[in-house]
Each structure stands twice: as structure tokens, then as C-alpha cells.
Ligand binder design. Sequence first.
Ligand code: PLP
Length: 378
Amino acid sequence: MSTKIWLSSPHMGGTELKYIHEAFESNWVAPLGPNVNGFEEDLEQYLQQDSHVAALSAGTAALHLALIECGVSHGDEVICQTMTFSASANPIAYQGAIPVFVDSEPETWNICPIALEEAIKDRIANGKTPKAIIAVHLYGMPYKVDEVHAIADKYQIPVIEDAAEALGSTYKGQAAGTFGKFGALSFNGNKIITTSGGGALVCQTKTDKDQAVFLATQARDNAPHYQHSQIGYNYRMSNITAGIGRGQMEVLDQRVEARRAMNHFYQELFKDIDGVTVFTEPTEEFYSNHWLSAIIINPEITGVNREDLRLAFLEDDIESRPLWKPMHMQPVFENSPYYGGTVAEELFNNGLCLPSGSNLSDEDRNRIAQKVKQVFGK
Ligand SMILES: *Cc1c(COP(=O)(O)O)cnc(C)c1O
């Protein structure tokens, strides 16, 4: 019996335990300490652009704090890319605000600048200027940064970058996560590096970071007793998990290289199969960490649909998964406004994410290749 091939599984570098031992030896077993500070500094170094990073308990928490710091509250509207994981949109609901979903464009699968501007104009005509725009670098692919930010600037709406899947990706050489007023990173178990669970908020100013840390540590006013003038959250990262993060930062470049090599492997594997396209960068301005590699299948050409392939993989214990189901198609968001056409919907119907981990072996790749050739009759 061969072992399961996962879509994306944790891949330790080897020095993580050293940082955890240090935490135990110095008794920093708390949601603050040298690993938290060190991990933040490692990320700031890596991202450049004079970033100020707050390490948090989750990427979702980072998005929530970004919305709060953008002043989003009850009844406000926030634009969000429809093609994404629910964690991009849920924090809008936490604030009692209304998500307005926008379709993707076909090149990066991310928020469509044309539909975005149409949405903004229409919401303004309806009486409300959106309070923020959540744009996502899906599967590590940068969104069309110049186009999206030009529109956001024109209407003076802050952009919150959901870079949860995109640590290590760049657009015109600049790190994903550093373009927006805020950027959110995730270190969940399935991401390119992991702390077992965690996230970070990337800020452009120290003031914004300090405010995030204040809110993430129960919003305690400066007083000897416990005093609060605002609602706080318990969102800080633990010094133990931050230790895992410090170890993972030492191997991040290798992880990006390995994920990109997986993408290359799929490009080679599918290059002679008509009707299957491997998702990759549209131009050299985009550099994806290829967190997940994905394909689009045209069933009319191949005679095979994405479910056929997914189930065939499953027979051999190979995990694959349909692309994110767009948020405007989710029962929980069925009453939210939506702008655009059917790009995201078609991606969902025909797209499949393939095993993409940095820890896959040649044997794993052979098993995947055999299955693909069998399914497509090659
Ligand atoms: C993983 C992910 C998140 C949430 O991050 P967590 O750390 O799991 O809370 C948000 N957005 C996207 C696009 C993600 O993939």
C-alpha cells in the first residue's frame, strides 16, 4: 500500500525545535517573547519596503484587524474578490458589514479591474462608497497590482491584500503583501510555510502595527489595573508557534523553489494533452510562489471533466481538489451584491488543484504522472 499524496502538507526545515527549546529554557511560554519579535523581524527583512509586521494567531485574524483599522463597521460595504477561500470574506461579516463580491479576470484568476470599477461606481450611485477592497493573490499568483491599485487610488479606497497564499510571490520584484494599506499572511498547516497555525498583519507604518498589537492583546489601556475603552481581541501569536515560524523562514526560499518546480513538472506533464492548461504567470512581471498548482480542463476537448480526474486520483490515494468555490455562489453569502460575469464560476467548474507540496518525491511525481496518462489515454 503506497502512502497518501497530499495536496499540500507541512514541511519542516530542521531548526524549528531549536527555537522551541529556547522558548522552554527561558520560560517564554506565552503569547509574547523573543521568538515573536524575532519572527516579525525575519518577515520584515524578507518583505522589505520598510514593512511593520504583527504576528497573530491566524491569517483570518489579520484580515479582521485590517478591516477594523480601515474603520469598517456595521452596515458598511467592503468589496471582496469572489474567487477565494471563505476566510477572505468572513471578517467582513464579523464587523456587521456587507461584502460586495467581484468576479475574476482570466489571466491571474484574481479580482477583475473592470468589474471592480463597475462595482465601485454602482455602489457609490447607490449611496455608499465601499470602505475597503480585499484583493487576493490566489494560489500565490499576484493580482494585477497596478490596475487594481490605480482604481483604488482613484476612488480613495484602501486595499487590503490577502497574501495568505502568496508569501514568496512578487509583482515587478516587490513582495506580495506590501502593496496594500495592509497585507495578511497565513501560516496555517497547508500554506507554503507553517507555524502549525498562525498569521501576520503587514503594515506600512509603525503606528498601524502598534494599533494591531493593541487590539490583538485585548485592547488594554495604559493603566495599572485592567482598563478598556475599546473592544479587544485575543489574536496574538504564541512564542512557541513563532519559534516554528523562525525555523521555517530559514527554508522559505527553498520551499518557493520546490513549489515552482512542481508547477514546472505539471507544465511538462500536460504539454501534450490538448484541452488542459496549467495555471502559470501571464508575464514576467508576475512571480508566483505556486503555493498550489492548478489546471483547467476543457471537457469538450479531453472528454474528461475535473471530477473524473479527481476521482481517478483518489483511487490511488492522491489528493486533488476543485478550485475555491466563488463566494457569491456560497449559500451563506447568497444575498450579497455581485459584479461581473462567469469567469470565477467557470474556473470553479473546470479547475482542479493538484498535489503541490515542497516535500513530494520523484516516486510521488511518477505516481501522479502515471495516473494522468492513464486518465487522458496517453
Ligand atoms: C489560508 C487563507 C486565509 C486564512 O488564513 P488562516 O491562517 O487559516 O486563518 C485567508 N485567505 C486565504 C486566501 C487563505 O488561503
